[in-house]
Design a protein around this ligand. Sequence first.
Ligand code: 5RP
Length: 234
Amino acid sequence: MSQAKQNAAHAALELVEDGMTLGLGSGSTAELFIALLGKQIRQGMSLRGVPTSEATADCARQHNVPLIEPDKVDRIHLTVDGADEVDPEFNLIKGGGACLLREKIIAHASDRMAVIVDASKMKKNLGAFPLPVEVDPFGMALTAEKILLALQESKCRGTDTTLRQNKAGTGPLITDGGHYILDCKCELIPDPAQTAQLLSQIPGVMEHGLFIGLAAYVIVGAPDHAKIMEIKAA
Ligand code: 5RP
């Protein structure tokens, strides 16, 4: 695992306080953070986590991080999660690990979201990473057509959708929520907020991987340090 991701995960501990309920993101960087939380708990801190995927729940159990179901929490103080791309306004592409629906539910319900990434994820514009869109399997081809229209209307380049396959190569990947993922080639998303809005209006779209205005902090790890950036107040 890269030292840059490790440094970003470690720096996120600066935002963690005793007694917090934390949203636990998904992916390799988030799992590094969960391992560090386990260490904090062993040293006496009282923390509990709301997992954003089954894989994250497994990871938390492995590190003895107490879990609480989303419906049983009255407040999530902070969510710490990775991302696939981050732009200068802290807009994100997420969903490389197919957990975007639960990740967005938890990030949206949190007081604050901190994103932990290595410097390769920082981009001037979003879109080089294919945009994951979680869709209901019912009428998926119809939904895919509407997605293409939304991408064209919001002037994304190179529109094309691919149904994500599972790791075993035996069929479509099924998300924790029982949906499919369409990876949408965009190349460039000139107006992420507009694209997000258009995608959200399509009935078969369960959620899309554009996280607009959710991240309060972006923590960028480098091989020898990490930098914490906070969004400027509007
Ligand atoms: C999962 C995600 C991940 O946070 C994203 O893919 C980054 O993963 P990693 O930390 O392994 O680079 O959005 O749905």
